[in-house]
Design a protein around this ligand. Structure first.
Ligand code: DGJ
Length: 737
């Protein structure tokens, strides 16, 4: 019997209440210690994670996967023997947080240099603390007073566990950290696995990749200063390489860090798969003075037996219930208009008012003015850093425009690119030293701009004050926070040489700090994370931003694939998707209806030049936006079922089901029909087989014309759409009766 069930539950709760330790009841559910096994059991609704102390006093991972029902089935942790003189026990044993020392040859969780030159770290278990759903395990080096506290937080409903570590220097001298990881996850040994991740580039984000895991390492990382479009900080690993959207065992993880990150997927010579993750150790050096500590990024991971769809829906629940700024009082995202593709830098009061009037008429709820409103900003050569309103474009400030937008019933949002400076700006002329640089070396420009050294507190404070002033003087409810290049020459000459590499971490912490302080000072403020499209999307930035700009590529057919990759790990609620004009990115022209239905699968925005729309286009847009409002809660907060992937053929279909099961929506797209291929039957998922659903179509594309269907018919028999030609599309809603 599980020792946590030693008391029957009502008796336990009563006892706990009387003793005034109600939180212990939760602790007993999610985290408990088994003295017989010297092990901690972390329980979610469907999974178990176990870490124990082995006979050497080291923390050792004992299990992670499908739920175990009896603690005592697991033998206490026991280190594995060495495999010949070449593969030590440290390498064959699943050490929970291995320091680089002794004969460790696998990826370490921590690597240090001590003041006396020693570069050997052997961590042994020291103490524990259980508090609610959080477990803290402290380890200490065998000689030096350097401690590491492993912090675990259990999210039972989401089937996710979060790891991070705090490294503290209690010695009397500086300890230099050379690799500081959040932790390592171990999969059941000796299995065949396949790795899924997302890679990309500017305007080609979130392309899914799959490959078998073999002995060796696959490194997913960013060395660019921010999260990057090139690789995304999440992984999914399925057993047997055969998982699909609804079947198969999948272990997955995602990092919460918006700077240089790294995940190493490693299969050891003993066929043990382990996934280490945390700060990138490239160009990394972090000196801890006596008494100082470093916290590593939060590293979330989970397990699902429901294939990749199960993974995505678990992560959405985590993001919506625990991570997003509105997680305590979730609300749907407003329909947004953004001026960028319509006007680029040519913004002014009259032009923006005209667009705002038109946007309001079709049902837009938030009007956002993009780049071009500040400093000497008429193109991308000047102005970044000078966050004051351009008087030629807005002689009376932004007040008249914002009031007009508010009178039209919309709130107002504004674009900033806080971390950047153009050499042609007042800020740079005054403070050339504020840009990241190495003294006497060239400063590489990209998009004619340099990166401000946000690690400096004076730079951080300047940016905070500039944005705060704009927000205090104007009714601005939303910031689009952009970042249009990566780091170069990451020098910080003003601090001692030994501390200069801290720039990689302190930069990000100061960016987070500005966002947090702005939100605190301006309650209700919302932020979009943009980095030339989807270059800064991770679970760290999502704690302080409400949505992200998915891609500068708004071409609808490309977007189907980008959105598929995006929603593997990130919720449709945060996926900002605009309807824009055609021909677009690839020179392709798709019908307005197709563009709307693609964008309506996330958080809907309009980015078209409304001055060029015909009355028919306004009419269609009004209808589509009104339809979107009737389904957006389901799309943004429900479960997503990928029925047909855009990577696999000419037909794509996605289904969203509301959390309460009352509504389901199916979106279907035919890209380019060939050979008059017949449309496949679409089998819905996630419905109640016995319930009756009333159908609402937006057109006549459903082949059968019934008013209602049973859930069992929709899931087992399926429905067919009458889509033909190029870029045909439809959407159907099913309301449970
Ligand atoms: C890049 C963003 O991704 C675009 O949406 C737009 O805001 C431009 N920057 C403005 O310079």
């Amino acid at each position: 019997m599980k020792n946590k069930l030693f008391f029957t539950r009502p008796f336990f709760l009563l006892t706990a209440a009387i003793l005034g330790v109600c939180s212990a009841a939760n602790a007993a559910d999610a985290v408990h210690y088994s003295p017989t096994q010297k092990a901690w059991f972390l329980e979610t609704e469907h999974t178990t994670y176990v870490v124990g102390v082995n006979e050497n006093g080291e923390l050792q991972n004992m299990y992670w996967g499908e739920k175990l029902t009896r603690d005592e089935d697991l033998a206490p942790a026991h280190s594995n023997p060495e495999w010949a003189s070449f593969d030590s026990s440290a390498t064959t044993t699943n050490l929970e947080y291995p320091g680089w020392g002794g004969r460790l040859y696998t990826e370490p969780s921590l690597k240090v240099t001590l003041a006396d030159g020693v570069r050997d770290l052997v961590l042994k278990y020291d103490s524990q603390q259980i508090e609610g759903n959080t477990l803290r395990l402290t380890c200490k080096d065998i000689k030096y007073n350097l401690t590491v506290t492993l912090i675990y937080r259990v999210y039972p409903e989401e089937d996710i566990i979060r790891k991070s570590s705090t490294i503290e220097n209690h010695t009397k001298q500086v300890v230099t950290l050379e690799s500081a990881q959040s932790g390592v996850w171990y999969l059941p040994r000796n299995e065949q696995y396949r790795l899924t991740y997302a890679a990309g580039r500017w305007a080609g984000e979130d392309q899914l990749q799959q490959e078998p895991i073999r002995q060796g390492k696959v490194v997913l990382e960013s060395r660019r200063g921010n999260t990057s479009h090139q690789l995304y900080p999440w992984f999914a690993i399925d057993k047997g390489g055969s998982a699909d959207q609804q079947h198969g065992q999948v272990w997955f993880g995602a990092l919460g860090w918006s700077g240089n990150w790294k995940m190493v997927v490693e299969e050891t010579p003993m066929h043990q798969v382990r996934i280490t993750g945390g700060y990138n150790d490239f160009d990394f050096s972090y000196p801890l003075k006596p008494g100082e500590h470093l916290d590593t990024p939060e590293y979330y991971a989970g397990y699902s037996d429901g294939g990749f769809g199960g993974v995505s829906n678990s992560l959405y629940r985590l993001e919506l219930n625990e991570i997003l700024p509105d997680h305590e009082h979730p609300h749907v995202r407003p329909v947004l208009y953004n001026s960028w593709e319509a006007t680029e830098f040519s913004v002014d009061e009259a032009g923006q008012k005209t667009l705002a009037e038109k946007a309001a008429k079709i049902g837009v709820e938030r009007f956002v003015m993009d780049d071009g409103w500040f400093g000497a900003r008429n193109n991308d050569h000047a102005g970044l850093g000078d966050w004051v309103v351009n008087k030629q474009k807005f002689p009376n400030g932004l007040g008249p425009l914002i009031r007009y937008v508010n009178q039209l019933g919309m709130d107002f949002g504004l674009w900033f690119e806080p971390e950047m400076v153009n050499p042609d700006s007042d800020l740079y002329r005054k403070h050339p030293d504020w840009a990241m640089h190495f003294p006497g070396r060239p400063r590489s420009e990209a998009r004619n701009q340099l990166v401000l050294n946000m690690a400096r507190d004076d730079v951080r404070d300047y940016i905070f004050n500039a944005i705060d002033k704009m927000l205090s003087e104007n009714n601005i409810k939303f910031i689009k926070w952009d970042m249009n290049r990566h780091f170069s020459e990451p020098g910080w000459p003003e601090v001692p040489i030994a501390e200069q590499k801290e720039i990689w971490i302190k930069y990000v912490r100061n960016v987070y700090d500005i966002m947090d302080r702005l939100r605190q000072k301006h309650p209700g403020l919302e932020i979009e994370s943009c980095s030339g499209g989807g270059g800064r999307v991770d679970l760290g930035v999502l704690k302080r931003t409400d949505e992200v700009w998915t891609s500068d590529n708004t071409e609808a057919l490309d977007r189907l694939k980008i959105q598929e990759g995006f929603t593997y790990a990130y919720s449709p609620k945060v996926m900002m998707a605009w309807v824009t004009d055609v021909p677009n990115f690839n020179g392709r022209s798709t019908p307005l209806k197709f563009r709307f239905l693609v964008a309506m699968q996330g958080s809907l925005g309009i980015g078209a030049n409304l001055n060029k729309w015909s009355p028919e286009e306004f009419d269609l847009a009004t209808k589509m936006i009104s339809y979107y409002k009737s389904i957006r809660e389901t799309v943004q907060m429900g479960n997503l079922y990928r029925l047909f992937s855009p990577r696999e053929g000419e037909f794509t279909a996605n289904e969203y089901v509301a959390r309460d099961g009352k509504q389901a929506v199916v979106f279907a797209f035919l890209h380019s029909q060939q050979f008059r291929n017949p449309m496949p039957a679409v089998h819905l998922r996630g419905l109640d087989a016995n319930a009756i659903y009333r159908v609402k179509t937006i057109d006549d594309k459903l082949v059968e014309k019934h008013e209602t269907y049973s859930g069992s018919y929709l899931m087992n028999h399926g429905i067919e759409f009458n889509l033909t030609g190029d870029y045909d599309s439809t959407a159907v809603t099913f309301e449970r009766q």
